[in-house]
Design a protein around this ligand. Structure first.
Ligand SMILES: Cc1cc2nc3c(=O)[nH]c(=O)nc-3n(C[C@H](O)[C@H](O)[C@H](O)COP(=O)(O)OP(=O)(O)OC[C@H]3O[C@@H](n4cnc5c(N)ncnc54)[C@H](O)[C@@H]3O)c2cc1C
Length: 439
């Protein structure tokens, strides 16, 4: 009899963290049950429909260095080259700035990109390259954390260089304004994306919606291996027992050997608060600040096409634009993304959509009016990635209760890769990864 037969694992939450854990356990033959409170899987990376148009709750980008996420997508039947549009690293602010990684081995691809960036003076380009060299010299590790803005100032990055290069990069990577964002976490992202193989800095734009891309395929994978994935089945309480854990749902109570709580931070805090041994973790979670992401979808007539599949605006409300026609064949559908806190939060959705349409008209000369628009405001999209944030560990004082999610301890900001890695880590606590056999 295998030791796994004594295990019965529950995963609370069918987002990327929970489904990563479930796939890993199912692969190893562990009986696993996923509880998801929503009707659909995916959590903060999920498909959304507007009549017949398929969208996401927000435009997501993966980086080539998201090795764990990309491997899992393939494990459950995806195909990275088919499911994504792959773009070599490029940062374009329309008519103002352009950095393109060269077709050279890393890290030369980045340095030549920095040195040939358009829209900066020679002195600014050299200054940006010197900054990256200095970060490489310290192995992307600071002796103490600080804000991104303080780090950039300490390395003489001038205001324009910050506005055109570092600020857009920081906001898109950390979803946190540079005067609040953790320099150390940004350096982790720069280390993994810009300092590894050339493909690690590639940007991958999904052609499928984010529920289909991984969580739905993962659910099928789990079911085929004897596991269970329940949607519209929220967990209401975690009750420790002498020989395991009981989960209470509206459909009744069920007993498990282990529980991985991969629910949103708000839910995790609520569930943990009721269990004395876990209450201190609930308190810790409740201190974590959050940042919003707004996505404005505008459906134009099909002939409207943007100059690139993805680019940004300088000094506008709209930060990034994605042409879903070029990315996924959805012609005329434009996604405008506004990350992190800002003045846009003061506008009504209708006003915000009008503002974005006006910017598209003024900047790109798009004279057609949108046929429809939809604003999706994720007010607690990610945790605010600030210096020295105390993120909760994966293990808890109860050996049978583990905690996963993009906000748990790790090197990364709130990303799909961070979420997936947390799920893998929790699964690994229950069944350690197999070691290669020695002869
Ligand atoms: C608009 C937007 C854009 C983003 N862009 C990017 C990007 O470009 N690149 C990137 O890498 N990341 C991006 N992110 C971040 C990324 O989406 C998240 O880091 C990731 O999806 C978090 O996954 P998770 O599994 O940790 O949490 P969640 O996705 O929040 O999953 C938690 C799940 O638990 C469920 N749940 C809650 N309560 C219960 C309960 N009581 N019982 C059972 N289930 C419950 C929820 O319904 C949810 O499905 C973006 C996020 C947003 C919102």
């Amino acid at each position: 009899m295998s030791n796994h037969q004594k295990l019965q694992v529950a995963v609370i939450g069918g987002g990327y963290a929970g489904m990563a854990a479930a796939v890993t356990l199912a692969e190893r033959g562990v009986p696993v049950t996923v509880f998801e409170s929503a009707k659909q899987l995916g959590g903060r990376a999920r498909g959304v429909w507007h009549d017949d148009t398929q969208m996401d709750n927000g435009q997501h980008i993966l980086l080539g260095c998201y090795h764990h996420t990309l491997r899992l997508i393939e494990q459950v039947g995806g195909n990275i080259e088919r499911d994504f549009l792959r773009l070599p690293l490029q940062l374009t602010l329309y008519n103002r700035f352009e950095l393109k990684a060269a077709r050279l081995p890393a890290p030369l691809h980045l340095f030549s990109g920095l040195l040939t960036a358009q829209g900066l003076s020679l002195a600014q380009r050299l200054s940006a390259a010197r900054f990256m060299l200095a970060m490489r010299r310290i192995n992307f590790t600071l002796s103490h954390d600080m804000t991104v803005l303080d780090l950039l100032r300490a390395h003489n990055q001038d205001k324009e260089l910050v506005r055109l290069l570092w600020e857009p990069l920081c906001i898109s990577a950390l979803n946190t304004p540079i005067h609040k964002a953790s320099a150390q976490v940004l350096l982790h992202v720069l280390r993994d994306s810009l300092s590894g193989a050339r493909g690690d800095s590639d940007m991958l734009l999904p052609r499928l919606n984010f529920s289909m891309l991984f969580p739905e395929r993962a659910a099928e994978y789990v079911r085929q291996r004897g596991g269970t994935v329940l949607t519209s089945c929220g967990v209401e309480a975690i009750v420790p027992q002498d020989d395991g854990i009981e989960l209470v749902t509206a459909q009744g109570a069920m007993r498990f050997s282990h529980v991985i709580c991969a629910a949103s931070p708000t839910t995790a805090a609520r569930l943990f608060r009721a269990v004395p041994q876990l209450a201190p973790i609930a308190e810790q979670i409740e201190t974590i600040p959050f940042q919003p992401i707004y996505t404005v979808y505008l459906q134009y007539p099909a002939m409207v096409r943007l100059p690139h599949s993805m680019f940004g605006f300088d000094r506008c409300f709209t930060q990034w634009l994605f042409d879903k026609g070029q990315i996924a064949g959805q012609h005329g559908l434009i996604a405008a993304v506004i990350s992190a806190e800002g003045l846009h939060q003061e506008l009504e959705h209708e006003q915000l959509a009008q503002k974005v349409a006006q910017e598209l008209r003024e900047q790109l000369d798009i004279t057609a009016a949108p046929l429809w628009h939809r604003v999706i405001a994720e007010k607690r999209a990610t945790f605010s990635c600030e210096p020295n944030l105390h993120r909760p560990a994966h293990i808890t004082p109860l050996a049978s209760v583990l905690l996963a999610g993009d906000y748990t301890a790790g090197d990364y900001p709130a990303t799909l890769e961070g979420a997936v890695m947390s799920g893998l880590c929790c699964a690994g606590e229950i069944i350690p990864p197999e070691q290669p056999r020695t002869k």
